[in-house]
Design a protein around this ligand. Structure first.
Ligand code: SF4
Length: 667
């Protein structure tokens, strides 16, 4: 008879599901959706329903491993934790003594980690080592920079409030793959009479249900949004009273939008002028109207400006002040009054910063000092970092000492000198707040760690001790770290909520409304439509459109969106078989390519060998290979990242995955 234990899903997904985990003999046998978060509504995605395959499958790393074969060969021998930790501590100590702490680069993301294990003792360890600091920019930095510049750190419309909307705009987001709980909510709104508009270069499942689908060329969303802003002003549909009271930069925004007539925007974006006009008419007329802004539109050279322009729309059109009206970007900016940073217990040093987008450059070109130790945790950069060939060239360096703390044998772990077994989130305690669902959970471990797996905090606590970096009396255990996070009156309130309901809500309530329950988080409490800091940071100024990087030789835009069976690269070992490159019928016909043909996709950075799939859902000029693929998903082991530049977006240093331009030919 299985025990049913409560947990929450910390994977990189907005929904933060409440989980009911069935456990027998310490092992997870079934996972179902609970009801402590309203949007979970009793169901979860297949990825987590089947997480036992991930936890107990053949790819799971169960013991520490020390490399025996050539770099990258994936040949290891088993070792004890003591032997592995002694080796890691000795090598890091040598490198630090010889080259300085900055020769050590921690490389991490928060793929399946929250406040407790995402960075508490790891942050303390690397700060005290004086290691290089990693700028974590793969996702959401351009959008975060834009939204915080315009509105400050405030939450958007609660996902459960979408049922109140009369118009829902999904812009650069595909909830069918990356936040499935929004799909039935949108359907309920449609059933109640709401209209749905989708802006996406491909026809996603919800675009098929939409009343209007705009399919801009990748990188041109800023132009579409500016054309809409221009038209709202020109048509007398801008809410001048709202703007006068609540916004700054109105005249300047209007001036920057002015060149973007529908005709010109249509030429650049490929969206017909009639569709642009239809969008503006629908948007101006509807209330409540909500824009769900995703992360697809930020992954290019114009990404920050695109998000800023999209998020300016609800201010220009006066869509706030009603339930279900406004925008949603990341609700991770809901006010909690407590922070995961409190668990780190060490100030950030002034050591050099390295943008994670530039891992390949950092490993192959950086000097004074070179990166001589790479410590990867919560991350699989071979599958997720741009310039894949350069990353692998760096990992192949004989003089680079690489440690990977991982749950399963990833493509990155195969390059390691030492692989350390990591717990899955159901095997350790975690504190996580959602960035879609505005809830917070403190979930105990519900399953026994598989093999010798240890959590991040167990690993980095042991390394703090071994390297003489621990200090007496500081928080070390999960409970002590949780107490640091939940300090003060606010922490006590959250703990009381957790004890009573099993889930906590933000200071402003579970579904706060901007301009009703709270003002913008900007210093002047207004929407800053052209923030000076953003304008100075963007290379050609905020709202500038930089032209497509395509050339005659490489004309196709390669996009790499998420797919339902994986969360970025997580669970890639479970997706067997090859993954095809999708091409539009026009682009395939122009190249004499038929469905199922073997093709070569290439540019000046590399090539990927795959089969072709003809998709009527793609607009001409766009090819698609999903993000996060592993080596076994293509014929030559390279993925879309082999074709992706390591340039950065106009704001926030974000990755430009969708700026890859390629050619495709039948082999
Ligand atoms: S990945 Fe998303 S949908 Fe799936 S269980 Fe986790 S939070 Fe829910």
């Amino acid at each position: 008879m299985a025990d049913v234990r409560h947990s929450a899903c910390p994977l990189d997904c907005p929904d933060l599901c409440h989980l009911e985990v069935h456990v027998e003999g310490g092992k997870v046998v079934r996972v179902e959706g609970g009801d402590r978060t309203p949007i979970t509504d009793g169901f979860i995605c297949g990825k987590v329903r089947n997480i036992a395959e991930h936890m107990y499958g053949e790819a799971r790393v169960r013991t520490p491993l020390i490399r025996t074969g050539a770099k990258g060969a994936g040949e290891f021998r088993e070792a004890s934790w003591d032997e592995a930790l002694d080796l890691v501590a000795a090598r890091l100590g040598e490198i630090r003594a010889r080259d300085g702490g900055e020769a050590i680069l921690p490389y991490h993301y928060d793929g399946s980690n929250g406040w407790l294990t995402g960075g508490a003792l790891a942050g303390r360890f690397f700060r005290r080592l004086g290691a290089s600091r990693l700028l974590r920019t793969f996702c959401a930095m351009p959008s975060k920079t834009a939204v915080q510049g315009l509105y400050g750190a405030v939450p958007g419309v609660a996902l459960e409030d979408y049922t109140h909307a009369k118009l829902i705009v999904l812009w650069g987001v595909n909830p069918s793959a990356t936040g499935i709980h929004l799909v039935p909510i949108i359907q309920r709104a449609i059933d109640a009479g709401a209209r749905l508009i989708v802006v996406d270069p491909r026809r996603t499942p919800l675009a098929r249900r939409a009343h209007l689908h705009l399919a801009p060329r990748p990188g041109t969303d800023v132009v579409v949004a500016l054309a809409a802003i221009r038209a709202l002003f020109a048509n007398g549909q801008a809410d001048l009273a709202f703007l006068g009271e609540h916004a700054t930069g109105v005249v300047e925004l209007r001036r920057r939008a002015e060149p973007w007539t529908f005709t010109r925007a249509a030429q650049v974006s490929g969206v017909p002028a009639t569709e642009l006009a239809a969008f503006v008419e629908e948007y101006a007329a509807a209330s409540p109207a909500v824009i769900r802004c995703g992360w697809g539109l930020e992954r290019n050279r114009n990404g920050g400006s695109a998000v800023a322009a999209v998020l300016a729309l609800p201010a220009v059109a006066g869509k706030f002040g009603v339930r279900g009206g406004g925008y949603t970007m990341s609700n991770g900016d809901a006010r909690w009054g407590v922070s995961g940073d409190a668990a780190i217990g060490e100030r950030e040093p002034g050591t050099r910063e390295i943008n994670m987008v530039h891992l390949g450059q950092a490993l192959t070109e950086l000097r004074d000092p070179p990166v001589n130790a790479l410590f990867v945790y919560n991350c699989n950069p071979v599958a997720t970092a741009p310039a894949q060939a350069l990353v692998e060239r760096g990992l192949a360096r004989e003089d680079l000492f690489t440690v990977v703390h991982e749950q399963v044998m990833t493509d990155t772990a195969r390059w390691a000198d030492v692989v350390l077994p990591a717990t899955v989130f159901l095997e350790h305690r975690e504190i996580r707040r959602g960035y879609g669902a505005m809830r917070l959970y403190d979930s105990a471990a519900v399953a026994t760690p598989e093999g010798l797996a240890r959590s991040n905090n167990e690993l980095f606590g042991a390394l703090l001790d071994r390297m003489g970096l621990a200090r007496g009396g500081e928080a070390r255990t999960d409970e002590e770290l949780a107490s640091a996070i939940f300090a003060g009156d606010r922490g006590a309130t959250i703990r009381a909520q957790l004890a009573r309901d099993g889930v906590a809500t933000p200071i402003d309530g579970p579904s706060p409304m901007l301009f009703v329950d709270l003002p913008p988080g900007t210093p002047d409490r207004k929407v800053n439509l052209v923030p000076a800091a953003l304008d100075a940071a963007a290379p050609e100024g905020l709202y500038a459109f930089r032209a497509d990087p395509g050339t005659e030789a490489f004309p196709l835009a390669l996009i790499s969106p998420a797919i339902p069976s994986m969360v970025s690269s997580t669970f890639g070992q479970l997706r067997k078989g090859r993954v095809p490159l999708e091409l539009s019928p026009d682009d395939a016909a122009a190249r004499g390519i038929a469905h199922g043909d073997e093709v070569r996709v290439w540019n000046e950075r590399g090539e990927v060998l795959v089969t072709a799939a003809i998709s009527k859902d793609l607009r001409p000029g766009v090819a698609l290979l999903p993000k996060g693929l592993w080596r076994h998903h293509t014929a030559n082991g390279a993925t879309s990242n082999a074709l992706c530049p390591d340039t950065v977006a106009d704001l926030g240093g974000g990755a430009c995955y969708n700026d890859a331009r390629v050619q495709v030919a039948r082999i």
